[in-house]
Design a protein around this ligand. Structure first.
Ligand code: DGL
Length: 277
């Protein structure tokens, strides 16, 4: 069984890890659409168009039996259309509003996400449906996914910079305050130590990765497993932005072999869409 795990960049690795633990019998393929990173700034229609074309190509070329879209910004716009158009089951990643509503005692929680995810109708509907009695603050965290990637590459991160981005997620009113923050971008759990350090008071940071992996396990149980994998998980990116091959070292602890280019979706198409990172 081949399982594709997808994100705009390296954030999906936070989901990849529990998926790999729960599906040891699967051949795993990770795809980072780094040519288009960050997705958080893309207009919805353009992002949906890119994802529809790219996923059709990924499924035809890499032949996964199922895919995990380990990206909130992509799932909240493209999960349903991709389910209609693709011949394989998909597991999505959407803001864990229900979990936060169940966990919050103060009935005040925040959703920390990309600027794209906080605007989605999908996200607003989740809040109306699962947290009607909560005060929910949506915080579009500009640049935080890029900071998470930098941290993964070993760059020193300024706590003040992180604090200035996450501060709006902390609210205090009439003796009550925010007690939970949904990490609604798969990049953010990569920064958990920095987020905890920058928080003005302790909160429950909610990372949905385990729950997504459990859902992937349920979906995988319906697919014939086949022979166990003989090779290390594969890693593809859509733009070769790492000529020094430093990525290989970053990815090694995750068990990947040398990263490979998935051709046809590189910088040129990114520029044609009129978006620049
Ligand atoms: N990891 C992605 C998410 O879960 C988004 C990062 C980005 O491309 O802006 O939303």
């Amino acid at each position: 069984m081949r399982v594709l795990v997808f994100d705009s960049g390296l954030g999906g690795l936070t989901v990849f890890r529990p998926v790999a633990e729960m599906l040891p019998q699967a051949e795993l393929i990770y795809v980072a659409d780094n040519a288009a990173f960050p997705y958080g700034r893309w207009p919805e229609r353009k992002l949906l168009k890119r994802l529809s074309g790219l996923f059709a190509d990924l499924v035809a070329t890499l032949r996964p039996d199922m895919a995990v879209i380990a990206c909130n910004t992509a799932s909240t716009i493209a999960l349903e259309p991709l389910r209609q158009s693709l011949p394989i089951p998909l597991v999505g990643t959407v803001p864990a509003v229900k979990v936060a509503a169940e966990a919050s005692r103060s009935r005040m929680f925040s959703v920390l996400a990309t600027p794209g995810t906080v605007q989605r109708v999908y996200t607003h509907e989740l809040i109306e449906r699962f947290a009607p009695d909560c005060r929910v603050r949506l915080v579009g965290a500009r640049g935080l996914a890029g900071i998470a990637e930098a941290a993964l590459r070993g760059v020193e991160i300024s706590p003040d910079h992180v604090r200035s981005i996450i501060e709006p997620a902390f609210e205090e009113e009439e003796g009550k305050r925010t007690d939970a923050i949904v990490l609604a971008c798969t990049h953010y759990p990569l920064l958990l130590p920095q987020l905890k350090e920058a928080a003005p008071w302790p909160v429950n940071f909610i990372d949905p990765a385990e729950a997504i992996a459990r859902q992937a396990e349920r979906v995988a149980a319906r697919i014939a497993i086949g022979a166990p994998p003989q090779q290390a998980p594969e890693f593809y990116f859509t733009a070769d932005t790492d000529p020094e091959r430093r990525m290989a070292a970053v990815l090694k602890p995750w068990g990947f072999g040398a990263p490979k280019l998935f051709p046809g979706w590189d910088k040129a198409q990114f520029d044609k869409a009129g978006i620049r990172g």
